[in-house]
Design a binder for this molecule. Structure first.
Ligand code: PEP
Length: 252
């Protein structure tokens, strides 16, 4: 079944104080618990345990990155099994910052997806085109390629642990966001790409990310193929994040 999900990607921001304040306020507002929305906090890895203690089962946890390898002499790496051990459910894979700043290509992304699924966690595969690619009319082709290559190794019994996040690169952290109509069109396209891969596309949550804020979330979340959001900057502001978690249409 498609789940409604709002995930807050804190990126490399935060501190012990911030965890206490932010997670405390989000939990006080019982965001999601009564509305069927799964609220996921994706803090920097060193704060995962603190977030977990503070959230006390009221929020789901994610990690921003894991290694493409299972274990061994890979100094500085964190494995998917370790993320599971810490209580994470979700792993971001293929975020555009990892692709652009750390040179992660679709092959690396596919290996990471494999590690995540092998460990029993859910992979949140991030895909999206740059502004140049959109202006050249290549957005659909680029996104379809990222999905096909990134998810090439997923087996029939693993699709229930795949989430896709469409994040146009030009919208991340820029204040520019896709219109709800443009985002919906790409989400419908993503579902047909998944269908072509024999995935149960109607059961896979497809999230939108890229400058989602309290004032644009409702329009995006009202679209039929948008199942929630991956939120960067606004997830560090309690009021904004809580409003986004509540932005789904009533009865949806
Ligand atoms: C992100 O980093 O995944 C993201 C969507 O960031 P922002 O909401 O700040 O654009």
């Amino acid at each position: 079944m498609r789940r409604k999900i709002v995930a807050g990607n804190w990126k490399m921001n935060g501190s012990k104080d911030l965890v206490q304040q932010l997670v405390g306020v989000i939990c006080d507002h019982a965001v999601g618990l009564d509305s069927g929305v799964e609220v996921v906090i994706v803090p920097p890895a060193p704060y995962i345990t603190l977030v977990q203690q503070q959230a006390d089962g009221k929020l789901a946890l994610g990690i921003q990155n894991v290694s493409q390898w299972q274990s061994g002499a890979y100094t500085g790496e964190v494995s998917a099994d370790m993320a599971k051990d810490l209580g994470c459910w979700y792993v971001l894979v293929g975020h555009s910052e990892r692709r652009q700043l750390f040179g992660e290509n679709d092959e690396v992304v596919a290996r990471k997806v494999g590690q995540v699924l092998e460990s029993g966690l859910t992979a949140m595969l991030c895909v999206g085109e740059t502004l140049e690619q959109r202006e050249a009319g290549e957005a659909e082709r680029v996104v379809a390629g990222q999905i096909k290559r990134g998810l090439a190794g997923v087996s029939a019994d693993q699709w229930s642990r795949v989430v896709v996040a469409y994040e146009p690169v030009w919208a991340i952290g820029t204040g520019k966001t896709a219109t709800a109509e443009d985002a919906q069109a790409m989400h419908a396209e993503i579902r047909s790409v998944l269908e072509s891969m024999k995935a149960p596309s109607e059961e896979i949550s497809v999230l939108y990310g890229g400058s989602v804020k309290a004032d644009n979330a409702a329009a995006l979340f009202s679209e039929p193929d948008i199942d929630g959001g991956l939120i960067g900057g606004a997830s560090l502001k309690a009021d904004e994040f809580i409003s986004i978690c509540r932005a789904f249409p009533a009865g949806s």
